[in-house]
Design a protein around this ligand. Structure first.
Ligand SMILES: C[S@@+](CC[C@H](N)C(=O)[O-])C[C@H]1O[C@@H](n2cnc3c(N)ncnc32)[C@H](O)[C@@H]1O
Length: 280
């Protein structure tokens, strides 16, 4: 099969399911990933024959996409802050709004800081901070060996040192040195909101990365604030990604816990998405 023939097959199978522009993007991601063939290579020579193993991989990708698997899991990686992150379905696919949170922290120009990322997943926040901030010691916590393995792999891939550790924020490990900065994008989607979530997220992304109980939507924020009360230095910074429907509640909780200089920011979709606060 040639690249052009695969393109025709790909489009004929998926056009009813996936938007045309997105489909073009997916096609180029796949041939780049499996055949090391760039957009320009394709334009110049779409009659190139695809070797048998790669043809099979590409055909399997069609099946995966038909089953609504996100393209990032199909190719096993994504781009975040211009870095490559390997993924499997034990970790959440990093989102563009999380890049905005990371850029906020980078723009604050922290140097020589001790930073903790709670619920690190692929390590996208921790690795990007380590890459972009000077002389910072970055630690990332999560709850399973599989997740820590991927995060470690991503630190190595991006040539940074990050200490990834198993630690559950509901019963956190004891820490020797207090942190200057704590960042977290914790699970914040309520079960009630599940009906608004697309199938490829619901069926493929890890439940424990996404969802919280309806009767306690701020569960993880409470745990993070309690931990920060003892483990964030005075005048240390807390950066959080939040559910746009609970910004007022998170801010109230922060005030109740004695944080000050609380700033709320919108994401690129104009939703209340991130908060910065300072500890007394
Ligand atoms: C919304 S995801 C964020 C992942 C990554 N930081 C990102 O921004 O793409 C939430 C993460 O919190 C982790 N998590 C869930 N419960 C946790 C707990 N009790 N303690 C620590 N991390 C937890 C999940 O495994 C998941 O990786």
């Amino acid at each position: 099969m040639t690249l052009l023939e695969f393109n025709n097959l790909f489009k004929s199978k998926l056009i009813a399911r996936i938007d045309k522009n997105e489909l073009d993007e997916f096609f180029f991601w796949l041939i780049d990933h499996f055949c090391n063939c760039s957009r320009m290579d394709y334009i110049l020579n779409s009659s190139t024959k695809i070797p048998k193993t790669q043809e099979q991989n590409l055909k399997n990708s069609i099946d995966s996409l038909l089953n609504e698997m996100p393209i990032q899991y199909v190719i096993g990686e994504t781009n975040f802050m211009n870095l490559i992150f390997k993924l499997n379905n034990s970790v959440l696919i990093p989102r563009p709004e999380t890049e905005e949170l990371v850029r906020w922290i980078i723009n604050d120009e922290h140097t020589n800081k001790n930073i903790l990322d709670i619920g690190t997943g692929s390590g996208c926040i921790a690795v990007s901070l380590s890459k972009n901030l000077n002389n910072c010691k970055v630690t990332g916590w999560d709850i399973s060996e599989d997740i820590i393995k991927i995060a470690n792999h991503n630190a190595t891939l991006n040539n940074v040192t990050v200490e990834f550790e198993l630690s559950d924020i509901t019963k956190p490990k004891l820490v020797d040195n207090k942190y200057d900065v704590i960042v977290s994008n914790p699970p914040y989607v309520t079960i009630k909101e599940k009906k608004f979530i697309s199938n490829n997220v619901k069926f493929f992304e890890p439940y424990t990365a996404l969802f919280v109980e309806d009767d306690d939507p701020l569960y993880f924020y409470k745990k993070i604030f309690d931990f920060s009360n003892t483990n964030l230095k005075p005048n240390g910074f807390l950066y959080l990604e939040i559910n746009e429907n609970f910004s007022k509640e998170v801010i109230k909780l922060l005030k109740d816990k004695g944080f000050y200089d609380i700033k709320l920011k919108n994401d690129f979709r104009s939703k209340n998405r991130m908060i910065k606060a300072v500890k007394k």
